[in-house]
Design a protein around this ligand. Structure first.
Ligand SMILES: *[C@@H]1O[C@H](CO)[C@@H](O)[C@H](O)[C@H]1NC(C)=O
Ligand SMILES: *[C@@H]1O[C@H](CO)[C@@H](O)[C@H](O)[C@H]1NC(C)=O
Ligand SMILES: *[C@@H]1O[C@H](CO)[C@@H](O)[C@H](O)[C@H]1NC(C)=O
Ligand SMILES: *[C@@H]1O[C@H](CO)[C@@H](O)[C@H](O)[C@H]1NC(C)=O
Ligand SMILES: *[C@@H]1O[C@H](CO)[C@@H](O)[C@H](O)[C@H]1NC(C)=O
Length: 421
């Protein structure tokens, strides 16, 4: 990314502030976790699972320990990927009828399936085993909604598959109306929903179908048009990142679309991002009752477009990758704009309503193997054989195959949701 070419001083300043915020935020995170009674009740020393290598005989069996929750002191985002085809994938690609063609990589011709079988192992504790039944019971008479861009839709599809298998056919449905897609579980009166708002605030890219717009323009102080759809939801999961990455600066409308305004200013990405998240935070603080609603914010989902970033000179974007980066000494620098990470942690820290920050960025940066690559659609159609033969142009190294990485993001949500009494 361009900002990396900036002088070293500003890069170090960014790194330093990430570090400082990291320290501050860490404490804040612990503080908000103590609001979950379960964490303290269940506090126990947990020995991490074995970390078997791909070819080793899988010997870890499930035990009562699998339902324990991480102690509040444990940073569940700090850890490593371990191959575990006993517990993962959490569902089968061809057994989830709700997956769209965009993400069904095996069906679309991918031959290797290792990418489905990695489990995230926190360094100092374990994630609880995912139990769909338990989650569905928790969602009884409730709404869970993902709000954001296509990465959040990716995660929503994953969540639908993670819960749908415990519901008998005919007792579940998926209905799409405008910006809102609703997966309904009849017997539990529960919904898992997705709301399209790629910048969270109002923009010219808000049409859920037609949004291939070259000049993306936002109204950073305008959010009610979307926010009215987020009221009376019990679990809200937000994200906004990838749509910011097309240009170095963000185009900010002077005036309002509704009044026909077309002129805009170009504002540095982090400054515009801060304005948007401030608007979002104020909306949450004003409209969300934390006694009813749990709020989550996902950090940035990274992309893998330069194989030299992970020292593979033979690579073509992410197209030839079949395993994660397993050397965790230093996470690969894949060009993630971490300035936005700092903005997000900063804003969340200052809020009245507690927000669970789902820190997926670093752990996802290891997953160069998990993208849809050439096994996906483009403009609504599966890639043709000719297109597949040209991954340098056509590989999608932004979105993720399902089952796959977004299932792990949902395991973090699960951990928070289930442990909250
Ligand atoms: C795991 O379970 C299987 C089947 O119940 C059993 O044969 C095996 O001995 C168990 N392994 C361990 C390590 O407990
Ligand atoms: C996010 O997680 C990474 C490890 O995956 C860690 O290095 C970083 O400090 C975490 N940041 C915050 C703000 O928790
Ligand atoms: C069904 O769920 C909705 C949304 O959470 C809730 O408002 C409604 O009261 C529930 N209906 C019943 C009969 O509990
Ligand atoms: C949330 O619950 C607490 C304790 O029951 C109560 O004091 C507080 O007023 C409630 N907050 C709101 C916004 O309803
Ligand atoms: C892991 O990466 C670090 C930093 O790039 C490098 O110094 C080290 O040699 C690597 N270790 C292995 C086992 O490849």
């Amino acid at each position: 990314m361009n900002y990396r070419k900036n002088n070293h001083l500003s890069v170090s300043a960014v790194l330093l502030s990430v570090f400082l915020i990291g320290i501050i935020f860490y404490n804040e995170d612990v503080k908000s976790l103590t609001k979950f009674p379960f964490y303290t009740l269940q506090f126990q020393k947990i020995t991490p699972h074995e970390n078997p290598l791909p070819n080793e005989q899988q010997t870890t069996n499930l035990t009562a320990e699998d339902d324990e929750f991480p102690p509040e002191s444990c940073d569940i985002f700090d850890g490593k990927w371990v191959f575990d085809d006993l517990t993962h994938p959490l569902y089968k690609e061809d057994e989830c009828e709700f997956l769209t063609e965009q993400v069904t990589c095996m069906k679309n011709g991918r031959k290797d399936s290792m990418y489905q079988k990695w489990r995230w192992q926190p360094k100092d504790c374990n994630l609880p085993k995912f139990r769909g039944k338990l989650l569905v019971e928790k969602l009884k008479n409730k709404r869970l909604m993902f709000v954001g861009d296509s990465l959040n839709r990716n995660q929503w599809e994953s969540m639908v598959c993670m819960v749908q298998s415990v519901v008998s056919s005919g007792r579940k449905s998926l209905i799409k109306t405008g910006s809102l897609s609703i997966f309904r579980i009849e017997d539990y009166n529960a919904t898992v929903e997705f709301y399209w708002a790629p910048f969270l605030v109002q923009s010219n890219s808000d049409d859920p179908e037609i949004h291939s717009i070259l000049d993306r323009i936002i109204m950073p102080e305008s959010i009610n048009i979307h926010g009215q759809n987020w009221k009376n939801v019990d679990y809200l999961v937000f994200n906004t990142y990838i749509w910011w990455m097309n240009t170095r600066n963000m185009k900010v409308l002077r005036g309002s679309f509704d009044e026909g305004a077309t002129e805009y200013d170009e504002i540095e990405r982090p400054l515009a991002y801060a304005r948007v998240l401030k608007t979002w935070a104020e909306w949450i603080d004003k409209n969300i009752n934390p006694n009813r609603t749990m709020v989550f914010f996902n950090s940035m989902s990274p992309i893998h477009i330069k194989s030299l970033d992970w020292n593979n000179p033979e690579g073509i974007k992410c197209a030839k990758e079949t395993s994660p980066t397993l050397n965790v000494t230093v996470p690969p620098n894949v060009g993630t704009d971490r300035r936005l990470f700092t903005v997000a942690t900063d804003v969340i820290q200052s809020m009245k309503v507690p927000v669970n920050f789902i820190n997926i960025t670093t752990l996802s940066e290891y997953r160069k193997d998990a993208h849809t690559s050439i096994y996906t659609i483009r403009q609504g159609k599966l890639l043709t054989a000719e297109q597949k033969a040209d991954p340098a142009v056509y590989a999608d190294c932004i979105h993720w195959c399902l089952p796959g990485l977004p299932d792990t993001w949902n395991e973090f949500l699960y951990t928070h949701i289930i442990s909250h009494l």
